[in-house]
Ligand binder design. Structure first.
Ligand code: ARG
Length: 469
């Protein structure tokens, strides 16, 4: 009777007297989402089987049968013909069971000297390594699109803001290159995270290593990992690399969100700095006049879920004793969604930028308002020997007068300006122009059009160099 209740469909059936509760089977299964790791799981299994043959655990015939069987399974999965079963829990057991179905006895030997614990850790690292490469390429593509805009708008004057109040004139190109700087740091962070992702845990088995004389160097080489994990307990339990990716992705999404926030503001009727192509906007179902920057709003919105995933990953790990715990199965959905959201957001923004029209006239008008060249006037006085604090005070009073008359600083006659400081001469009007203000900021990191062009060339060369590998 007991034999009858035994569930031989489970790999652990030997130890168990009763079949798994149906609700538990549904609750514990992960194949519906971790099947995304299949390609990497098969890659790892092929490397493992080949290694087992070199150390004499498998015969060459068994190895060949396994490799061929796994390749056939990869094709089956690719074609959407693989019989996925939640009863077999996850991607690992689905593939292993299918292998035995296809090739018989040798299939049962594949799991020698490994565990699903080092297997899943290896799959995750192989998956993330690819995803990081894709994310870095996606960031580079967006940077390239922005560099084009920066070059086109190197001379375009606009108001720069602090506290969202008009501060000083800047070039539109300089503003765009600020985003490129943020994105460069993101690319760098991703590269750094990739370095720690690129470590091979396979060979750690369940937690303590294996009694077989495995050759980890052989598998490491085959899977292209530059380093081996050095502690089996840590190797099966560590998910730092996934947390780091979510952290780098969160910062990246915060950058994209900030950029989108500006695009949304700038497209508003109150600003009218830019217009976004119809193809990247949507309308309202009730208000016929509406054209909304939904793509930018959604990227801003999606940054929330990526930040949420980072929190989920951190909390997932914080209470776990060494070594592997089933909690770790919960690392996949947040990680996968982070990858998808980041790649999607980068793609849509890269496609959108060429369709962003810059309203140069409105930007110039906006830069003229708000006394954006007041600091230039103060600096003019300093160059004539006035201490900066006194210059600040004198210009402040000039601004008050201009405001009272409803004119710009450049519109005040010379005698009125001289009333605030007798050192002011006719040449002052050159520093009060927007072009004069911009051209004067000609140092590394400055907004002068010549500097913007120099940075455009530098970034273009850097991106091209990296694209060529
Ligand atoms: N599906 C599991 C995961 O994603 C694979 C490892 C399961 N290991 C175990 N001992 N139950 O983490």
């Amino acid at each position: 009777l007991i034999e009858k209740q035994k569930d031989v469909s489970k790999p652990w059936g030997g130890r168990f007297a009763a079949a798994t509760d149906a609700e538990v089977e549904r609750f514990t299964a992960s194949e519906h989402f971790d099947r995304r790791l299949a390609r990497f799981d098969i890659q790892g299994s092929i490397a493992h089987a080949r290694m087992l043959a070199t150390v004499g655990v498998l015969s060459e015939g068994e190895r060949d049968a396994i490799v061929e069987g796994l390749r056939a399974i990869a094709a089956e999965i690719e074609a959407g013909e693989f019989p996925w079963s939640p009863a077999l829990e996850d991607v690992h057991m689905n593939i292993e069971r299918r292998l035995t179905e296809r090739i018989g006895e040798p299939g049962k030997k594949l799991h020698t000297a490994r565990s699903r614990n080092d297997q899943v850790a290896t799959d995750m690292r192989l998956f993330l390594r690819d995803a990081i490469d894709a994310a870095r390429a996606g960031v580079a593509a967006l940077e390239s699109a922005l560099v084009e805009v920066a070059e086109r708008e190197a001379d375009t004057v606009m108001p720069g803001f602090t506290h969202l109040q008009t501060a000083q004139p800047v070039t539109f190109g300089h503003h765009v290159l600020a985003w490129v700087e943020m994105l460069e740091r993101d690319r760098d962070r991703l590269a750094d995270c990739r370095r720690r992702t690129d470590v091979m845990p396979l060979g750690s088995a369940a937690l303590a290593g294996t009694s077989f004389a495995i050759d980890r160097e052989h598998t490491r080489e085959a899977l292209g990992f530059p380093a081996l994990s050095r502690n089996s307990l840590d190797a099966v339990s560590d998910r730092d690399f996934a947390i780091e990716f979510c952290a780098a992705a969160s910062i990246l999404m915060v950058h994209l969100s900030r950029m989108c926030e500006e695009l949304i503001l700038w497209m508003s009727e109150r600003f009218r700095f830019i217009d976004i192509d119809d193809a990247f906007c949507t309308g309202s179902s009730i208000m016929p006049q509406k054209k909304n920057p939904d793509v930018a709003e959604l990227v801003r919105g999606k940054s929330a879920r990526v930040i949420g995933h980072l929190t989920a990953m951190l909390v997932l790990m914080k209470g776990q004793p060494l070594a592997y715990n089933r909690d770790n199965q919960e690392d996949k959905e947040p990680l996968f969604d982070t990858v998808d959201t980041v790649l999607d957001s980068l793609r849509v923004l890269t496609a959108m930028w060429p369709g962003v029209r810059v309203n140069r006239k409105v930007l110039r008008e906006a830069a003229r308002g708000g006394f954006a060249t007041a600091t230039d006037l103060a600096e003019y006085l300093v160059r004539r020997g006035v201490p900066f604090r006194d210059a600040h005070e004198a210009v402040g009073r000039a601004v008050a007068l201009a405001q009272e008359r409803g004119v710009d600083l450049a519109d005040l006659p010379l005698e009125d300006l001289r009333a605030f400081c007798s050192l002011i001469e006719p040449g002052v009007y050159e520093v009060l122009t927007l072009e004069g203000s911009l051209a004067a900021r000609d140092h590394v990191g400055g907004t002068a059009p010549t500097r913007v062009r120099a940075e455009v060339s530098r970034m273009r060369a850097l991106l091209e160099r990296e694209a060529q590998g």
